[in-house]
Design a binder for this molecule. Sequence first.
Ligand code: HEC
Ligand code: HEC
Ligand code: HEC
Ligand code: HEC
Length: 103
Amino acid sequence: MYKRLLWSALLVFAMVSVASGTAQAPEKLIFATGFGEVAFDHGAHQQRLVCTTCHHTGESVACATCHGEELDIPRITDSMHMQCKGCHKESGGPTNCRDCHKK
Ligand code: HEC
Ligand code: HEC
Ligand code: HEC
Ligand code: HEC
């Protein structure tokens, strides 16, 4: 419940930030999925990596903005899995389903 509230608050914050043209990099993100929530420590990742490692087009907006169903690029879940797990395999981050997806 508290995570859901946090997620809503972050969404509202992101929308307000984008609307005012001053998008702030989030500290924590929770992705609610049917397979369990994924907590993503954006702040910790961002401290070690340049933004364009993940925001590959240089635009720090939601991945689903582009990775929708229509386009000829990976859909949202695949794009996240490829990016998150791809790097973790190379750099020693978590790769097991339940390392990321908590029930
Ligand atoms: C390890 C990968 C990674 C790095 C590095 C990273 N980000 Fe992100 N960032 C993400 C992901 C994943 C999201 C969530 C996108 C989504 O909800 O689809 C996100 C979300 C955001 C958002 C909110 C976008 C929105 O409206 O949903 C902003 C702003 C942002 N990042 C800025 C930054 C900035 C600035 C940096 C560099 C200082 C940075 N990020 C570095 C992965 C990363
Ligand atoms: C502004 C549009 C846009 C945004 C935002 C965006 N992508 Fe992409 N992404 C693309 C396009 C276009 C391609 C295909 C590029 C190519 O084939 O060279 C792509 C390709 C990819 C690929 C395939 C492998 C690769 O790196 O080329 C992955 C994985 C990926 N994106 C993950 C993400 C993630 C995760 C996010 C959010 C943090 C994100 N993308 C945000 C447009 C976007
Ligand atoms: C470019 C590399 C890279 C990308 C992309 C990346 N990570 Fe990581 N991540 C790491 C590394 C390295 C660690 C191990 C850090 C440590 O052990 O201190 C890590 C650790 C983690 C951890 C465990 C520690 C913690 O912060 O709770 C989680 C969960 C995690 N990543 C989630 C994600 C998710 C979700 C994504 C995609 C949205 C993602 N990561 C994308 C490099 C990356
Ligand atoms: C490094 C972290 C990480 C690992 C490991 C991981 N996932 Fe994910 N998974 C994510 C993220 C991030 C999303 C995207 C959430 C979103 O679309 O908002 C996701 C999305 C999903 C979804 C989509 C759920 C929905 O409601 O649309 C499923 C299903 C899923 N993962 C299953 C798995 C399975 C099965 C494994 C193991 C083989 C796995 N994941 C491993 C981070 C991870």
